[in-house]
Design a binder for this molecule. Structure first.
Ligand code: F0G
Length: 475
């Protein structure tokens, strides 16, 4: 991390921008109208109405010139593409796994792993759950259990690895469910608790326990590049990123990832050294994804992934996301804005329960805050709380333990002045937080990405009125 002369941190960009995409900042009145048209659901906004797209880091990371150039040398063959051979070699070089099964994205890998490795009724223990994973496990009649250390759920903390397994709980579950565990899934980093990393030592110990019980370990490396940065900087500064990657790869049986996140690209991959696992999964790739030398990924995207994966081994490159997130979180804290600490990967997570304590859980504080952030800044984040929570019965809303607004940090996409703009608007919003009210589900709306909600009262209009008073003509 570079510092200013004042010693304040400066997350200096370690790249220069060669291509740009025009973006627009709509006036606050249009943002209010867009929020209403979208049913206060940021998934329903269109790019025209969004200034900073911080919904996710998935598939929206900026590519390098080398990645774009690589697309032109892609070998567009249905079977036996040399692009596949080149990508396999790169994956072996980085992860030490000789079998590579391509799938079109992370959840497709999860579907293949679930169909191939989980029998009805079997359990999949994991450090923490993720929506796409749980869906696939349930689809094949499996069960899951999250075995995170309790400290992982404490939003404001100084624990460097909140994604760690409670190893005692892991051993207990493997003991009590002997013979009934399909595999243990290790998510590195951990999405739903604020992009928090798991330590290398914890991964290796968890894997050793699994081996004692003859249970396979599966590493979800979708958010791995941030996690690698945290291992190198917070745990093992004596090791290089490549060494850390290899040591962890040697400890686990299977690695899969969403290349929409890892590798600055698109697609997904399953890797293993175990021939019997490969032979079990390969026919499923052919059946559900595509011929096993492309597996539903466009060949151009596969070719660009080769360079993208090399970039994930570059320390300057992988530091940028976490450094930007730490900067954003640190500046927000100066205004007293409650964020998840320590700052993790993936994005800056705002604690909505504390930001709007007057909005009850039944009125969706995280959803309300996400809407208020969008209206005040044009930045769209993602609600991670009661609206997002998967539920069995739509009449029985879940009031989750966490109510977070995730402001994801697409890699190499935004500049520090854009982040400074966001900090300014969030500081204004925090001062005016009493104006933020709740949301309710409109009658008969489905509970999924396309939910429609409405504001309880006219708080969004009052927020806009105050914005105009305070900012004058400024957008
Ligand atoms: N595993 C993790 C840890 C993820 O964060 C995601 C996706 C997946 C698996 C599934 O990958 O989207 O390519 O199918 N996370 C996205 C997000 C959706 O916005 O956090 P996918």
């Amino acid at each position: 991390m570079i510092n200013y002369f004042s010693r304040e941190p400066l997350p200096l960009e370690m790249h220069k921008i060669c291509y740009v995409q025009k973006t627009q900042l709509q006036p606050v009145e249009r943002r209010l109208a867009a929020a209403r048209e979208a049913g206060f659901n940021s998934y329903r906004l269109t790019s025209n109405d969004v200034y900073l797209d911080m919904l996710t880091d998935s598939g929206v990371n900026a590519m390098t010139l080398c990645q774009l150039a690589a697309m032109m040398r892609a070998d567009e063959a249905y079977a036996g593409s040399t692009t596949f051979s080149r990508l396999s070699a790169k994956l072996f070089d980085i992860f030490d796994k000789k079998y590579f099964l391509p799938a079109h994205q992370g959840r497709a890998c999860e579907q293949i792993l679930s169909r191939g490795l989980i029998k009805e009724g079997q359990l999949v223990p994991m450090n923490f759950e993720f929506g796409t994973t749980i869906n696939q496990i349930k689809q094949v009649g499996g069960r899951h259990v999250s075995l995170l250390l309790d400290e992982g759920l404490v939003l404001q903390s100084d624990k460097p690895f909140k994604g760690n397994f409670d190893l005692k709980k892991l051993r207990h579950v493997l003991e009590s469910e002997r013979g009934n565990v399909a595999f243990v899934r290790i998510e590195a980093g951990t999405n739903l608790i604020g992009g928090q990393p798991i330590s290398m030592d914890n991964i290796i110990e968890a894997a050793a326990i699994c081996r004692e019980y003859g249970v396979l370990t599966v590493l979800d490396a979708s958010l791995y590049q941030d996690n690698l940065h945290f291992i190198r900087t917070r745990e093992h500064p004596e090791l290089s990123t490549r060494q850390i990657t290899k040591l962890i790869a040697q400890a686990v049986d299977i690695i899969y990832f969403s290349a929409r996140k890892l590798g600055f690209g698109k697609g997904g991959a399953i890797l293993t050294n175990d021939e019997s696992i490969f032979l079990k999964l390969e026919p499923l790739i052919a059946r559900f994804e595509g011929f096993p030398t492309y597996g539903g990924i466009s060949i151009r995207d596969m070719e660009s992934l080769i360079d993208g994966l090399d970039d994930t081994m570059d320390d300057d490159t992988i530091a940028q996301g976490p450094n930007f997130i730490a900067y954003l979180a640190g500046e927000l804290q100066k205004y007293g804005i409650p964020v998840v600490t320590p700052p993790g990967g993936l994005g800056c997570h705002i604690d909505a329960r504390k930001f709007v304590p007057h909005v009850p859980l039944s009125e969706y504080p995280a959803g309300s805050l996400a809407a208020a952030i969008y209206i005040s800044s044009g930045a769209r984040g993602m609600e991670r709380g009661g609206i997002d929570e998967p539920i069995e019965n739509p009449n029985d809303p879940p009031f989750g333990a966490m109510e977070l607004v995730r402001l994801a940090m697409p890699r190499r996409v935004y500049t520090i002045s854009q982040i400074n703009y966001l900090i300014d608007r969030l500081s204004w919003l925090y001062e005016n937080r009493d104006l933020i009210g709740g949301l309710y589900f409109e009658e008969g709306a489905p509970r999924n990405f396309y939910d429609r909600l409405n504001s309880i009262g006219d708080w969004p209009e009052r927020l806009v009125k105050k914005f105009r008073i305070d900012f004058g003509e400024s957008l």
